[in-house]
Ligand binder design. Structure first.
Ligand code: SF4
Length: 368
């Protein structure tokens, strides 16, 4: 399979140190052997990292060399903001080279399709910044700084799990149920590291976090070659397409990459993904007052989606500071929903708790 186009290559601001979570189980064993240890120490380290079991299984004299080589500190917490009585926790992290990234832990049913017991969702970043330049998005205004490493992506989930283990989140200890790649960045522009992260998150313990593939969601603005490549990975993750407009004229302005892969091609790749995986594709649509929330656009969208294996997730826009964009009125939103449902298109409006802590991606980093 060909590599993604060079235009999406991130500047290499600073290569993160190698970490156990960058490596698959075989590479981990190889790495510990190169450090003069027996191969099984790789599995012990993985159990300590993913399972939170600590390093007691490893002789004290060997711990420092192994942790220095394979468990370096990747992300330092800079700030954490909570709301909804602690049920929404947004973390700002600093990587080794100073770049900032965000993750959000939500302990409520943020995903309308989640099973009832799976109420804990972590929203993670795949890049520091983003090169997709969507004009309504805080992250898009700052451009792309660099791709996150596999371990930097995975660690956002591991850290959330540790907070839950430690009982830091109201509701008592619990498990991360869902992971959504909807924080900073375009996940499919950091393709190989995101795929490796998906495998680390879903590999059974002790080799990974043991999450269900079906409970992971990868979002994209519509990088068609990467969407088609994802369909061939043999993964059962959910694909979420950030569409935001049904017509190319408007989508060219809201999602600039549309000029390269128009709506028709994006949706064809989405249906191909649904066909291969049997998974319902999520269409993300940020409702922006007077821009994309007109009744005729609802009808146009419904015509594109009716009869497909699809679910529409309408997102009331969270305006970025100083932005000219505003959220749709409740009446416009209700009419948009009504028109989609009238054509049999499953539609929900996203729960936007967390807004008061700058809940849209990139806003905490923008304020730092
Ligand atoms: S909306 Fe998503 S893809 Fe677009 S600029 Fe923001 S982070 Fe990037």
């Amino acid at each position: 399979m060909s590599a993604l186009p060079l235009v999406f290559d991130a500047p290499r601001r600073g290569k993160p140190p190698r970490h156990l979570a960058d490596l698959d189980p075989a590479a981990r064993r190889q790495a510990v052997v190169e450090l003069g240890e027996q191969a099984f120490r790789g599995d012990q380290l993985a159990r300590a990292y993913f399972g939170g079991s600590g390093l007691s299984a490893i002789p004290a004299a060997r711990r420092e060399a192994l942790t220095t080589a394979l468990l370096p500190e990747l992300l330092t917490p800079v700030r954490e903001v909570t709301c909804d009585d602690g049920a929404t926790r947004k973390a700002l992290w600093r990587a080794h080279d100073g770049v900032l990234l965000e993750s959000v832990l939500m302990r409520y049913r943020a995903d309308p399709e989640a099973e009832r017991d799976d109420r804990t969702t972590v929203c993670i970043s795949s890049q520091a910044g983003c090169g997709m330049a969507c004009p309504f998005c805080a992250t898009g205004q700052g451009g792309l700084t660099r791709n996150l490493s596999t371990a930097e992506i995975v660690h956002q989930v591991v850290a959330a799990q540790r907070s839950l283990d430690a009982g830091e989140v109201p509701g008592g200890p619990g498990r991360v149920g869902n992971v959504v790649f909807m924080g900073m960045g375009e996940p499919l522009a950091n393709y190989s590291r995101v795929i490796a992260a998906l495998r680390r998150l879903t590999d059974p313990q002790p080799h990974g976090l043991g999450l269900s593939q079906r409970h992971l969601t990868v979002s994209t603005v519509g990088l068609v070659p990467a969407m088609r490549r994802l369909a061939e990975e043999g993964l059962q993750v959910r694909l979420a397409v950030s569409l935001h407009a049904p017509d190319d004229a408007l989508r060219d302005t809201l999602v600039p990459v549309n000029t390269r892969w128009p709506v028709r091609e994006v949706l064809a790749a989405a249906w191909a993904y649904a066909g291969v995986t049997g998974r319902r594709v999520s269409i993300e649509y940020a409702l922006i007052s007077g821009v994309n929330d007109q009744p005729e656009r609802a009808d146009h969208l419904a015509a594109l989606l009716a009869g497909r294996l699809v679910h529409v997730n309408l997102i009331p826009l969270n305006p970025t500071p100083g932005s000219a964009w505003d959220a749709s009125s409740p009446a416009a939103q209700a009419e948009f929903v009504r028109r989609l449902r009238a054509k049999g298109v499953a539609t929900t409006v996203r729960d936007t708790r967390g807004r008061e802590i700058d809940g849209a991606c990139g806003q905490l980093a923008a304020l730092a």
